[in-house]
Write a protein that binds this ligand. Sequence first.
Ligand code: B12
Ligand code: SF4
Ligand code: SF4
Length: 379
Amino acid sequence: MTISATATPPSLDRQMARSLALEAGFTEASLLALPAEDVESTDARFRDFIYTGYHGQMQYLARRNEHGHLVRGRVDRPFPWAQSVLLCMASYHGDAPHSIDPAPQDRGWIARYAWTARRDSDSGLRPSDYHKILLKRLRQVESTLKQHYGDFESRAFVDTGPLLERAAARAAGLGWVGKNTCLIHPTHGSWTFLAALVMELPASVESPLVIPDRCGSCTRCLDACPTGALIAPYQMDATRCIAYLTIEHRDAIDPALSAGMGRQVFGCDICQDVCPWNRKAPIARDEALQCREELVNPSLEWLAAMDESRFETLFNGSPIRRTGFWSMRRNVAIAMGNSGLAQFIPWLEHQADSPSATAAFRHAAQWALRRLRSRNKPA
Ligand code: B12
Ligand code: SF4
Ligand code: SF4
């Protein structure tokens, strides 16, 4: 059966949609009936974010439609046919150390979302990327729903769709948006990925009750953010966020932010590490999102010794590959500068003159050298 414009479309059953998502391997899921009750305020928040320029070089966020409206501010802009969204959540909470735990000075930090691996048929661990893993699960749910309800218009997204996943997940009752801007589930905290299935079919009942904000008077994330990216509760200037600087920003890093980047070489976990809602979250045992131990507290020396082909091999299939070899090197140089360790000076001196290096890397290496030399002046 194909849903036609004239026939009354069947309604999706909320419990069934949730059960299918859990069967596919998601931790939680909920069906959102459109339009969501906060559609206008979400659009307005997003507009403010873009108009202020907080998106930096992430131009895809600022895409407009033919009427000049920001496409991703409301689900009905890119998907005028959409009547519901199934929001799925997958926990990646593990028992490995946190970025704020004490660590040797010569260690960098890779955000825990990028540590993931799956066990292969030859029983080795292979890098995995949540985008691919969750999209496959979402497509499984989509296909089962279509077997049950007949064909209908739908789009499945993990991260990359023109959709505000956190806002949709909040409206679907999967948690509240914390002062650190992350979606926080009352049980699973914020170490979670989101995935969205936008559908033409309406949901059988009204949307579930939104979970009220439980941040209370806490301000730990705002106090801990080393670059001042959380400019106010619930508001981020992404151009100051270390996750943006290390992953999305391709040019030279503003020296005024470099010191605050500390040892982070890919992404940043600080505002989630300090969040009390993540303390009691159950450990996820997801076979496809296992931890690659070598990426926890990686030594800067190990990262620096990697040539481009080794980088490609090691991070093939991992979200880390996206940042690119020279951006990772740039981040490693800054982390070296922040380490205070004179042992990194020779590598930085050698690399700063490398003819194949990018201007952004050279800029970072020079910054790190100045910093290390001034700290390690002979008495
Ligand atoms: C661009 C982007 C980034 C940017 C900007 C992040 C930001 N806070 O805006 C950068 C590169 C910095 C980034 C960093 C990270 N990201 Co990111 N990112 C995205 C992406 C692609 C778009 C987000 C966006 O549009 N931002 C613009 C702001 C304005 O929108 P927003 O944060 O979604 O906020 C909206 C709602 O939350 C709502 N809202 C906010 N507060 C309130 C309060 C109320 C009362 C209401 C009604 C609504 C509301 O209003 C906002 C606009 O309407 C999404 C995927 C997607 N398609 O949504 C992933 C996503 C948000 N990122 C994710 C992750 C995992 C991360 C990192 C943890 C990765 C890391 N460790 O380095 C960090 C977290 C940093 C942080 N504190 O947010 C997850 C978040 C999961 C979760 N549980 O929250 C997502 C959903 C990807 C996914 N599919 O799993 N990210
Ligand atoms: S991810 Fe790091 S830099 Fe970004 S807001 Fe959180 S603590 Fe600040
Ligand atoms: S650290 Fe505190 S204020 Fe920040 S998100 Fe968590 S509970 Fe909310």
